[in-house]
Design a protein around this ligand. Structure first.
Ligand code: KG4
Ligand code: ZN
Length: 358
């Protein structure tokens, strides 16, 4: 059932500002945000994120049941902090991640959002987490000014590596994806092999600063196959073999070189395929979003390659503060859908850990 929320009807007269409450609990970040929208202007009023990284570091990765329990405690605190005494009065609509992600973790955010919708009577919309990452680029005002369809998004996170063609707001098709590990997983697993803590991406990036990226010849899987799928599991195996071939004494001294070489291999593949896909699909802008887009080498290399190889194509990376999971991006994608009249009926909403975007 579709409910068209009057509050976001996009007529000239109703260009008053309206606020979307965003809720995100799909993995290991509990996040609540309040996004203010007025015509084409957007402002993030609140962006609260409580990371569970210190908890999951003890296990070397995310444990779903532990994540869900932590979300329960943190979400109530963040909602209280974001909404304050005015409760739901200053919020016009709710956007919540309903998939993909960890089932028990998603459930915490969804049930809280459904409760708020039920007692407040405000419209609610379920948001695809990947669409949230896409919308994170749109939170940047300079990006919004260059937002001309069609666009291409490279989504690189702990669970996803996808090239997505964006025909218009909320209209997507898949260009390519990973056949095994995601780019973030390649970073995380390689870091673990090298004795670096979770999450491995930032650790590899830091170690790589002091390393030589050409020190080890690591594979660039599927680099020149002319297609847009990725594969990172072979790289992980090569990193393991290289690390294990080093003596215990050598490992400490060569860690930076191996980190730099690993990062270079991942970045090479991501940049080459993205440029080829952007060229073939004739897009007008390229989005770089998701946790791995925090990687400075990736941001720089992709930005340079677009400038050099794709005339007239804008580079639209999301701001560093919105690359890892947050609720401002969920509220933004929710606002797109609410403006189209895509609100959901809270009574019928459910989580979908495998939710598709296409
Ligand atoms: O988007 P995100 O917060 O969560 C998912 O939806 O998965 O992405 C988390 C991923 C982790 O794999 C983490 O290692 C990676 O993003 N990451 C990085 C960097 N910062 C975070 N990878 C490479 N370089 C970084 N600087
Ligand atoms: Zn994410």
């Amino acid at each position: 059932m579709k409910i068209r929320p009057q509050v976001v009807k996009n007529t000239k007269k109703s260009q008053r500002s309206w606020r979307v409450l965003g809720i995100e609990t799909s993995c290991d970040e509990t996040a609540v945000s309040i996004l203010r929208v007025q015509g084409s202007a957007v402002r993030v009023d609140k962006n609260l994120v409580s990371s569970q990284i210190p908890i999951h570091q003890m296990y070397g990765g995310v444990v779903p049941e532990v994540a869900a329990r932590a979300h329960v405690v943190e979400l109530i605190a963040l909602l209280d902090q974001a909404l304050g005494k005015t409760y739901m009065k200053r919020v016009d609509a709710i956007a919540v991640t309903h998939g993909p992600g960890l089932a028990t973790a998603l459930r915490v955010g969804l049930e809280a959002a459904r409760c708020l919708a039920a007692v407040s009577g405000k419209p609610i919309v379920g948001v695809n987490h990947l669409e949230g990452h896409i919308a994170s680029s749109w939170l940047n005002a300079a990006n919004r000014r260059q937002w001309k369809f069609p666009l291409l998004a490279l989504i690189v996170s702990g669970g996803h590596t996808e090239l997505i063609f964006i025909k218009d707001f909320c209209e997507y098709s898949l260009i390519g994806q990973t056949r095994d590990d995601a780019a973030g997983e390649a970073f995380d697993k390689s870091a673990k092999l090298m004795g670096l803590p979770y999450p491995g991406g930032p650790q590899i990036a830091r170690a790589a600063l002091n390393g030589d990226s050409s020190a080890f010849a690591l594979p660039r899987p599927m680099l020149h196959d002319g297609a847009f799928d990725f594969s990172f599991s072979g790289l992980k195996t090569a990193v393991r073999q290289t690390w294990e071939a080093l003596s215990i004494d050598q490992r400490e001294a060569r860690r930076a070189d191996l980190a730099a070489s690993t990062q270079q291999a991942i970045v090479d593949v991501l940049v080459t395929k993205t440029i080829l896909a952007a060229h073939q699909t004739k897009v007008r802008g390229v989005l770089l979003v998701g946790g791995v887009s925090a990687n400075r080498a990736l941001r720089e290399r992709l930005g340079e390659a677009i400038k050099r190889d794709l005339r007239g194509v804008s580079f639209l990376p999301s701001d560093i503060r919105y690359v890892t999971d947050n609720a401002a991006m969920i509220a933004a994608a929710g606002a797109w859908h609410l403006q189209r009249g895509d609100a959901h009926d809270w009574k019928k909403m459910d989580v979908d850990p495998e939710l598709d975007l296409f």
